[in-house]
Design a protein around this ligand. Structure first.
Ligand SMILES: C[S@@+](CC[C@H](N)C(=O)[O-])C[C@H]1O[C@@H](n2cnc3c(N)ncnc32)[C@H](O)[C@@H]1O
Length: 204
Protein backbone atom coordinates (compact mmCIF):
# COMPACT_ATOMS: atom_id res chain seq x y z
CA UNK A 1 0.00 0.00 0.00
CA UNK A 2 1.36 3.45 -0.95
CA UNK A 3 1.50 6.14 1.69
CA UNK A 4 -0.14 9.50 1.13
CA UNK A 5 -3.63 10.87 0.80
CA UNK A 6 -6.40 10.62 -1.77
CA UNK A 7 -6.55 13.65 -4.07
CA UNK A 8 -9.78 14.96 -5.61
CA UNK A 9 -10.33 15.24 -9.37
CA UNK A 10 -13.34 16.49 -11.31
CA UNK A 11 -14.91 16.02 -14.73
CA UNK A 12 -18.16 17.89 -15.38
CA UNK A 13 -20.54 16.87 -12.58
CA UNK A 14 -18.43 13.86 -11.64
CA UNK A 15 -16.09 13.79 -8.65
CA UNK A 16 -13.25 11.33 -8.10
CA UNK A 17 -10.87 10.53 -5.30
CA UNK A 18 -7.48 9.50 -6.69
CA UNK A 19 -5.66 7.12 -4.34
CA UNK A 20 -1.86 7.15 -3.95
CA UNK A 21 -0.22 5.13 -6.74
CA UNK A 22 -3.20 5.62 -9.09
CA UNK A 23 -2.93 7.73 -12.27
CA UNK A 24 -4.53 11.16 -11.81
CA UNK A 25 -6.73 12.24 -14.76
CA UNK A 26 -4.77 14.55 -17.09
CA UNK A 27 -4.96 16.04 -20.63
CA UNK A 28 -4.93 12.56 -22.20
CA UNK A 29 -7.83 11.39 -20.02
CA UNK A 30 -9.89 14.50 -20.79
CA UNK A 31 -9.23 14.23 -24.55
CA UNK A 32 -10.83 10.77 -24.50
CA UNK A 33 -13.61 11.80 -22.10
CA UNK A 34 -14.57 14.77 -24.29
CA UNK A 35 -14.81 12.48 -27.33
CA UNK A 36 -16.49 9.45 -25.74
CA UNK A 37 -19.28 8.45 -28.03
CA UNK A 38 -21.16 5.87 -25.96
CA UNK A 39 -24.69 4.71 -26.70
CA UNK A 40 -27.15 3.50 -24.05
CA UNK A 41 -27.27 -0.30 -23.87
CA UNK A 42 -23.87 -0.85 -25.48
CA UNK A 43 -21.43 -3.30 -23.93
CA UNK A 44 -18.24 -1.38 -23.21
CA UNK A 45 -14.80 -2.50 -22.04
CA UNK A 46 -12.37 -0.01 -20.56
CA UNK A 47 -8.82 -1.29 -20.15
CA UNK A 48 -6.59 0.53 -17.65
CA UNK A 49 -9.38 2.33 -15.83
CA UNK A 50 -7.15 4.14 -13.30
CA UNK A 51 -9.49 6.09 -10.97
CA UNK A 52 -12.44 4.97 -13.16
CA UNK A 53 -13.29 8.27 -14.86
CA UNK A 54 -13.88 6.89 -18.39
CA UNK A 55 -15.72 3.75 -17.27
CA UNK A 56 -17.93 5.84 -14.97
CA UNK A 57 -18.68 8.31 -17.79
CA UNK A 58 -19.67 5.37 -20.04
CA UNK A 59 -21.90 3.88 -17.32
CA UNK A 60 -23.53 7.30 -16.79
CA UNK A 61 -24.35 7.30 -20.54
CA UNK A 62 -26.25 4.03 -20.05
CA UNK A 63 -23.65 1.48 -21.18
CA UNK A 64 -23.03 -1.90 -19.54
CA UNK A 65 -19.36 -1.59 -18.57
CA UNK A 66 -16.49 -3.91 -17.70
CA UNK A 67 -13.45 -1.98 -16.42
CA UNK A 68 -10.04 -3.53 -15.87
CA UNK A 69 -6.61 -2.49 -14.62
CA UNK A 70 -3.38 -4.33 -13.89
CA UNK A 71 -2.89 -2.19 -10.74
CA UNK A 72 -4.93 -3.50 -7.76
CA UNK A 73 -4.92 0.01 -6.19
CA UNK A 74 -6.57 1.38 -9.36
CA UNK A 75 -9.29 -1.28 -9.34
CA UNK A 76 -10.07 -0.56 -5.66
CA UNK A 77 -10.02 3.21 -6.26
CA UNK A 78 -12.29 3.01 -9.35
CA UNK A 79 -14.79 0.84 -7.44
CA UNK A 80 -15.05 3.49 -4.72
CA UNK A 81 -15.45 6.25 -7.32
CA UNK A 82 -18.22 4.31 -9.09
CA UNK A 83 -20.13 4.20 -5.78
CA UNK A 84 -19.41 7.92 -5.19
CA UNK A 85 -20.96 8.73 -8.58
CA UNK A 86 -24.00 6.46 -8.23
CA UNK A 87 -22.99 3.74 -10.71
CA UNK A 88 -21.49 1.22 -8.27
CA UNK A 89 -23.82 -1.55 -9.46
CA UNK A 90 -23.35 -0.79 -13.16
CA UNK A 91 -19.66 -1.54 -13.66
CA UNK A 92 -17.96 -4.91 -13.42
CA UNK A 93 -14.37 -4.20 -12.22
CA UNK A 94 -11.66 -6.78 -12.87
CA UNK A 95 -7.93 -6.99 -12.18
CA UNK A 96 -5.51 -8.12 -14.89
CA UNK A 97 -3.36 -7.54 -17.95
CA UNK A 98 -4.99 -6.11 -21.12
CA UNK A 99 -7.82 -8.43 -22.30
CA UNK A 100 -6.98 -11.36 -19.95
CA UNK A 101 -9.76 -10.55 -17.45
CA UNK A 102 -12.44 -10.81 -20.18
CA UNK A 103 -11.18 -14.02 -21.82
CA UNK A 104 -12.87 -14.32 -25.24
CA UNK A 105 -15.71 -11.85 -24.74
CA UNK A 106 -16.41 -9.30 -27.51
CA UNK A 107 -17.74 -5.77 -26.94
CA UNK A 108 -19.43 -2.95 -28.87
CA UNK A 109 -16.77 -0.46 -27.73
CA UNK A 110 -13.28 -0.78 -26.23
CA UNK A 111 -11.65 2.25 -24.57
CA UNK A 112 -7.98 2.50 -23.58
CA UNK A 113 -5.75 5.36 -22.43
CA UNK A 114 -2.55 3.29 -22.46
CA UNK A 115 0.90 3.84 -21.03
CA UNK A 116 2.74 5.26 -24.05
CA UNK A 117 5.83 7.17 -22.91
CA UNK A 118 9.23 5.58 -23.66
CA UNK A 119 10.64 4.31 -20.36
CA UNK A 120 12.94 6.74 -18.59
CA UNK A 121 14.31 4.13 -16.19
CA UNK A 122 13.44 6.38 -13.23
CA UNK A 123 9.92 5.00 -12.64
CA UNK A 124 10.69 1.30 -13.18
CA UNK A 125 8.44 -0.93 -11.03
CA UNK A 126 6.48 2.08 -9.72
CA UNK A 127 2.70 1.94 -10.35
CA UNK A 128 2.70 5.46 -11.83
CA UNK A 129 5.58 4.36 -14.09
CA UNK A 130 3.48 1.38 -15.22
CA UNK A 131 0.57 3.78 -15.89
CA UNK A 132 2.65 6.11 -18.07
CA UNK A 133 5.52 4.16 -19.60
CA UNK A 134 5.28 1.64 -22.44
CA UNK A 135 8.73 0.06 -22.48
CA UNK A 136 11.81 1.21 -24.38
CA UNK A 137 9.97 2.75 -27.38
CA UNK A 138 6.57 3.40 -25.76
CA UNK A 139 4.77 0.60 -27.66
CA UNK A 140 5.16 -2.33 -25.23
CA UNK A 141 1.51 -2.16 -24.15
CA UNK A 142 -0.10 -0.62 -27.26
CA UNK A 143 1.26 -3.28 -29.66
CA UNK A 144 -0.24 -6.33 -27.91
CA UNK A 145 -3.43 -4.30 -27.32
CA UNK A 146 -3.80 -3.68 -31.08
CA UNK A 147 -3.09 -7.33 -31.95
CA UNK A 148 -5.82 -8.63 -29.61
CA UNK A 149 -8.36 -5.87 -30.29
CA UNK A 150 -10.11 -7.46 -33.33
CA UNK A 151 -11.19 -10.59 -31.44
CA UNK A 152 -12.71 -8.49 -28.63
CA UNK A 153 -14.94 -6.39 -30.89
CA UNK A 154 -18.25 -7.41 -32.42
CA UNK A 155 -18.74 -6.81 -36.15
CA UNK A 156 -19.00 -3.04 -36.58
CA UNK A 157 -17.56 -2.61 -33.06
CA UNK A 158 -15.54 0.49 -32.18
CA UNK A 159 -12.44 1.39 -30.22
CA UNK A 160 -11.36 4.72 -28.77
CA UNK A 161 -7.76 4.99 -27.62
CA UNK A 162 -4.75 7.28 -27.50
CA UNK A 163 -1.41 7.28 -29.23
CA UNK A 164 1.35 9.84 -28.84
CA UNK A 165 4.09 11.36 -30.96
CA UNK A 166 6.40 9.60 -28.46
CA UNK A 167 5.12 6.11 -29.26
CA UNK A 168 5.45 5.54 -33.04
CA UNK A 169 1.87 6.67 -33.69
CA UNK A 170 2.26 6.39 -37.49
CA UNK A 171 3.40 2.76 -37.25
CA UNK A 172 0.52 1.95 -34.89
CA UNK A 173 -1.97 3.48 -37.36
CA UNK A 174 -0.49 1.38 -40.21
CA UNK A 175 -0.93 -1.73 -38.04
CA UNK A 176 -4.55 -0.72 -37.39
CA UNK A 177 -5.17 -0.54 -41.17
CA UNK A 178 -3.48 -3.93 -41.66
CA UNK A 179 -5.83 -5.37 -39.03
CA UNK A 180 -8.81 -4.22 -41.12
CA UNK A 181 -9.97 -1.17 -39.17
CA UNK A 182 -11.29 2.10 -40.56
CA UNK A 183 -10.36 5.02 -38.35
CA UNK A 184 -10.26 8.76 -37.84
CA UNK A 185 -7.82 10.70 -35.67
CA UNK A 186 -7.91 13.94 -33.74
CA UNK A 187 -4.60 15.52 -32.72
CA UNK A 188 -3.91 17.73 -29.72
CA UNK A 189 -0.57 19.48 -29.27
CA UNK A 190 0.77 19.71 -25.73
CA UNK A 191 3.91 21.60 -24.81
CA UNK A 192 6.13 18.50 -25.15
CA UNK A 193 4.16 16.00 -27.27
CA UNK A 194 1.26 15.55 -29.65
CA UNK A 195 -1.59 13.32 -28.51
CA UNK A 196 -3.42 11.34 -31.18
CA UNK A 197 -6.97 10.31 -30.33
CA UNK A 198 -7.99 7.33 -32.47
CA UNK A 199 -11.59 6.36 -33.17
CA UNK A 200 -11.53 3.02 -35.00
CA UNK A 201 -14.26 0.78 -36.38
CA UNK A 202 -14.16 -2.91 -37.35
CA UNK A 203 -15.44 -3.70 -40.81
CA UNK A 204 -19.05 -5.06 -40.73
C1 LIG B 1 -2.50 6.51 -18.51
S1 LIG B 1 -3.30 5.61 -17.24
C2 LIG B 1 -5.03 5.90 -17.67
C3 LIG B 1 -5.96 5.82 -16.48
C4 LIG B 1 -7.40 6.29 -16.78
N1 LIG B 1 -8.03 5.45 -17.77
C5 LIG B 1 -7.36 7.72 -17.28
O1 LIG B 1 -7.55 7.92 -18.50
O2 LIG B 1 -7.11 8.61 -16.46
C6 LIG B 1 -3.04 3.92 -17.78
C7 LIG B 1 -3.71 2.88 -16.89
O3 LIG B 1 -3.51 1.60 -17.49
C8 LIG B 1 -3.10 0.67 -16.50
N2 LIG B 1 -2.30 -0.34 -17.19
C9 LIG B 1 -1.01 -0.25 -17.60
N3 LIG B 1 -0.64 -1.36 -18.24
C10 LIG B 1 -1.74 -2.18 -18.26
C11 LIG B 1 -2.00 -3.48 -18.76
N4 LIG B 1 -1.06 -4.16 -19.41
N5 LIG B 1 -3.23 -4.02 -18.58
C12 LIG B 1 -4.19 -3.33 -17.91
N6 LIG B 1 -4.00 -2.09 -17.40
C13 LIG B 1 -2.80 -1.51 -17.58
C14 LIG B 1 -2.34 1.48 -15.48
O4 LIG B 1 -2.29 0.85 -14.21
C15 LIG B 1 -3.14 2.80 -15.49
O5 LIG B 1 -4.17 2.77 -14.54
Amino acid sequence: MKSGENKPAFYGDLKFMVAPGVYAPAEDTFLIADNLDVRAGEEVLEIGTGCGILAISAAKAGAKVVATDSNPAAVACAKENAKLNGVGGKIDFRLGNLFEPVAWKAFDLVIFNPPYLPASGELEGDSIGLACEGGRDGTAVISPFLKSLPRHLRKGGRAIFLLSSFSKSDECLKELSRLGFEFETKKEKLSFEELVLVKARMAE
